[in-house]
Design a protein around this ligand. Structure first.
Ligand code: HEM
Length: 498
């Protein structure tokens, strides 16, 4: 046998092993739950197929029958769970199904360098420290920026639609919604104005838009191990991410000191800086947590607002009219949180299209059982699929796939009681549950109510006739490239922005 044939044999053995690892789940994975074919996760990259369709074609049947399945995702085999009883088990056994975010799962990837070790991804004592620092600022916040920014947002809609010009236009909503959500979270939780709605040439905004393209590049998200290779564009992505992180933290620090009497501020960011000054956390931890507040704090509301405006555009003759009549009568946000139609609409939007669909960031710390029968080996990644849980007819009825806000109840007490019940029973996991429940739920819901009410007061809208009605192919779940047609209800607005 020559050296060449030895090398060729080794090459084929290695390729064979790789293919075997991708095509077939590890042999110690549970046999009593189904396997979703490995290629399913690659289909959105090669076919025109959205997440809802993909779920219907490949995931619905096995998940509704078994409540859990084996899924290839993020370069490895995982177990995803949808059945509420099993979800409860995963969420309650926090030390067995331990959080293990990107910083542990793919520490070499650009996305891990971006968000680092933070309150969402950390586990144990480190997480408890982070959580105790940021909770107050994320639970008690000033709502005034939401009102002001909602007005700027409406100015933006008016301007982009060119309502007074010769050629009014239908508009793509993505960029404007992103600007709104960035300004909201930076002003409400980080103590500075990102300036995305008011300055076209904003450097930080440009920087963020640039690194997002690099971080969420579909190819490198699917094959994160490629970030280990010396690919020049990825080395640049690492540098850009690091410089954005530095710029963000120094902006937060400078603005807090410049604009406020720092010791009197109670933003989540000021509590983080105090923890850093008192050596409770180090500089990297400070940066990681400021970045995650910006990231979770703008991206998730951005997705939910897109979905809400889409549903109101789609059901313009019914829900848009009903909600407008309801919000026309009120002024303050306290009242908004008491409106039955507005709140049941938002809850149903979250149920129908949960913004974060598939989340796989837990790893078993020992061999264990999931429910009474599913035996999982140590070191297995376990995640959840929110769409599956909130569309399962066993828990939501045979009309689970339909948009029916009435299902939450008629009066506000019943609507909130049903919302709390759905979360406590793990039938609604869009904001997670248990001890690791989302810290931004209250903030996001307040932001939605105020923005939706302001847009309803100013405009009537429909889906743009040439918009192709489909959802994102992967990642956060929302209408893809949403395009809307707006008509003004009131007198022309005195534009202040954009
Ligand atoms: C529609 C909006 C939002 C949705 C659907 C949402 C959803 C979620 C989900 C599913 C988790 C758990 C993630 C996991 O299992 O790893 C989570 C955690 C978290 N979210 Fe949100 N989120 C939203 C808005 C926000 C906002 C505005 C903030 C503000 C910064 C925020 C801050 C957090 C934090 C700090 C955690 C970690 C809680 C912990 O582990 O202690 N979220 N969120």
């Amino acid at each position: 046998m020559t050296w060449t044939s030895v090398l060729i044999s080794i090459f084929f053995i290695l390729v064979g092993r790789l293919i075997f690892k991708i095509v077939i789940p590890p042999l110690n994975f549970p046999r009593n739950i189904p396997t979703i074919p490995f290629y399913v996760i690659f289909l959105p990259s090669i076919m025109n197929i959205d997440q809802r369709k993909l779920y219907d074609m490949y995931l619905r049947e096995p998940l509704e029958k078994y409540g859990a399945a084996k899924l290839f995702f993020g370069s490895r085999w995982n177990i995803i769970v949808t059945r509420p009883e099993l979800m409860a088990h995963v969420f309650k056994e926090e030390d067995i199904f331990a959080k293990s975010g990107n910083q542990k799962k793919i520490p070499y990837a650009v996305i891990a360098a971006y968000t680092g070790d933070n309150v969402i991804s950390a586990h144990g004592q480190v997480w408890r420290t982070y959580r105790s620092v940021v909770t107050h600022g994320l639970q008690h916040f000033d709502e005034a920026p939401f009102y002001n920014n909602a007005k700027l947002f409406c100015d933006g809609i008016e301007k982009m639609s060119n309502m007074d010009g010769e050629k009014p236009q239908d508009i793509f909503m993505g960029p404007l919604i992103q600007r709104l959500c960035l300004d909201n979270i930076s002003q409400v939780a980080l103590g500075f104005d990102f300036g995305a709605l008011t300055q076209d040439d904003n450097q930080l905004h440009k920087h963020l838009t640039n690194i997002k393209k690099q971080i969420f590049h579909p190819f490198f998200l699917t094959f994160p191990f490629l970030d280990l290779l010396p690919i020049p564009s990825r080395r640049k992505a690492f540098r850009d991410v690091e410089s954005f992180r530095k710029q963000l933290v120094s902006t937060v620090q400078e603005q807090l000191v410049k604009n406020y009497k720092f010791e009197q501020t109670s933003f989540a960011s000021s509590d983080l800086i105090r923890a850093y000054n008192n050596e409770i956390i180090d500089y990297k931890q400070l940066t990681d947590n400021i970045v995650i507040i910006l990231v979770a704090g703008h991206e998730n509301p951005q997705v939910l607002l897109t979905t809400s405006l889409y549903l109101l555009g789609k059901y313009n003759e019914t829900w848009q009219r009903k909600l407008r009549a309801e919000v026309d009568a009120v002024k303050g946000s306290k009242e908004l949180s008491e409106l039955p139609l507005l709140n049941s609409f938002i809850f149903e939007a979250i149920r129908l299209l949960p913004p974060l669909n598939t989340i796989i960031n837990r790893k078993t710390t020992k061999a264990c059982r999931l429910g009474p029968e599913i035996v999982i080996p140590e070191g297995t990644y376990v995640g959840y699929n929110n769409f599956g849980t909130s569309h399962d007819p066993k828990y939501w009825g045979s009309d689970a796939d339909e948009f029916i806000p009435e299902r939450w109840g008629d009066d506000i007490q019943t609507i909130f009681k049903n919302w709390r019940h759905a979360k406590n029973a793990y039938m609604m996991t869009a904001f997670h549950g248990g001890r690791r429940a989302c810290l931004g739920e209250k903030l996001a819901l307040t932001e939605m109510r105020i923005t939706i009410a302001e847009v309803l007061k100013n405009f009537e809208w429909t889906l743009a006739p040439d918009w192709d009605e489909k959802m994102t192919p992967a990642g956060p779940l929302s209408p893809s490239n949403l395009k809307l047609h707006f008509e003004r209800r009131l007198e022309p607005r005195k534009s202040r922005s954009l």
